[in-house]
Design a protein around this ligand. Structure first.
Ligand code: DWN
Ligand code: ZN
Length: 405
């Protein structure tokens, strides 16, 4: 008899395992050479609840293991993302009836969004458990260095009152106990207040076969259908959804405590999501296997032709891609602009992380685009991709080869 799993969103008994990635290192566990021996690996299993349509990790790791003092990802590492946050807080503040609304961000990272909100007249506060909170504080932003939970919400409510706007970008999908966090958010919303969050969108993950979005930090893979069901159970109302192009396709959700106003976007999205069922998820699994095999073949082929390979962008996603390959590949290094990552090694496969300048010194023939979600920005920003003497030839969304003209 197959083992039965319980859905961590609706508590139903019909959570089905879809992909078993085996054991994986921490996606953001970039490490020093002396840490290789003690590196830990954890099971990574991806499932889908037939009852409430929530895609999720089956055995999530505790947040204290993931979001540590040395957490290396900083939101401001992408200029496009910073502009995106600017637009988000702009529309949130614009929609607010107050000229100087109180805005709370859950998971504020280095304060990229709060900095903009403050400049637009909002009174801001951030909550962030990882070491990136220090960067936000250095910008003079008020930050509570803690993991958001209903107990914390209660104390914020007692000491600082209610909030007109609560935002969470790429945070809710990282939350361990969704019920508790939503309970806390509901408790903190002022009358007429709005909770806006955005996260990678399951239909886009399926469409792009973006299996590399599946890793320890991402515990939930939302669709409008699953989010709507979840919020309804919490007495919250999803009033509008807006598709976003960032991170390979995300969805922005506008949520209120109560009231009647609702535009047609929620109903339309739910209608368009009818295709998402267990069969489609199993198809995604098959596509993932093919995608990994094709990537392996394409890189093997380049190596046979004597071309050197480098990775571009030491993303969390890169940890999944490189550890999912069947055979270890001699990738020279991975470039990344983040100083905290440079000089360290990638989780599991231990490839050195270096500055993108290194690409200029070497005879790298093939670039494995590991930050494919920032592709347009990278191509535009890094002159190496625009050199007249070389032309980029794409084998797939992730692999580009330089051909000398
Ligand atoms: O959900 C999450 C998202 C929002 O951020 C977190 N779990 C962790 C993180 O995921 P990621 O590491 O996959 O995120 P990114 O934004 O795809 O990472 C981009 C990486 O590439 C950063 O390390 C910075 C680097 N980068 C670069 O070297 N040159 C980025 C750009 C734009 C560049 O031009
Ligand atoms: Zn469920």
């Amino acid at each position: 008899m197959a083992f039965r799993y319980r859905c961590r969103a609706c508590n139903g008994p019909n959570l089905k395992k879809v992909i078993d990635f085996g054991k994986m290192p921490l996606a953001n566990g970039f490490l020093a050479e002396e840490e290789f021996e003690s590196e830990k690996f954890y099971p990574l299993e991806f499932g889908f609840c037939v009852d409430c349509s929530m895609a999720q990790l089956i055995n999530p790791i505790a947040p204290s293991v993931l979001f540590t003092e040395n957490y290396p990802f900083v939101s401001s590492s992408s200029g496009r993302m910073v502009n995106h946050f600017d637009e988000l807080v702009d529309s949130a503040i614009h929609e607010s009836p107050k000229s100087s609304p109180r805005l709370l961000e859950i998971g504020c990272n280095d304060g990229a969004a709060l900095e903009r909100a403050r400049a637009k007249g909002a009174m801001v506060l951030g909550i962030e458990p990882s070491g990136t909170a220090k960067i936000a504080k250095e910008k003079g932003i008020g930050v509570l260095e803690a993991t958001f939970a209903s107990l914390l919400a209660k104390s914020i409510r007692q000491t600082q009152g209610l909030w007109d706007i609560i935002i969470a970008t790429n945070t809710l999908c990282h939350v361990h106990d969704l019920d508790d966090v939503l309970f806390g958010i509901k408790m903190l919303l002022a009358e007429g207040g709005v909770f806006i969050f955005e996260d990678p969108y399951l239909p886009d993950i399926l469409r792009l076969t973006a299996y590399d979005q599946i890793y320890d930090e991402h515990k939930w893979y939302f669709s409008v259908t699953s989010v709507n069901r979840l919020l309804t159970r919490h007495g919250l109302k999803l009033v509008m959804v807006e598709p976003q192009t960032v991170h390979g396709g995300s969805m922005r959700y506008w949520v209120i405590n109560e009231g009647e106003k609702r535009d047609d976007s929620v109903r339309q999205a739910i209608e368009q999501e009818q295709f998402i069922d267990l069969e489609r998820l199993y198809e995604f699994k098959r596509e993932t296997i093919v995608e990994i095999r094709n990537l392996q073949d394409s890189l093997d082929e380049s190596l046979k032709r004597g071309r050197k390979i480098a990775g571009y962008g030491a993303t969390s996603k890169s940890t999944v891609i490189l550890n999912a390959l069947e055979r270890w590949l001699p990738i020279q290094y991975i470039t990344d602009t983040t100083p905290q990552k440079q000089g360290r090694f990638s989780p599991g496969v231990h490839i050195p992380i270096v500055s993108p300048d290194k690409l200029r010194e070497d005879d790298i023939g093939v670039v494995l685009m590991l930050a494919w979600n920032h592709f347009d920005e990278i191509i535009e920003k890094d002159p190496i991709f625009n050199e007249r003497s070389r032309k980029l030839l794409f084998h797939s969304r992730r692999v580009a080869e330089w051909v000398t003209r």
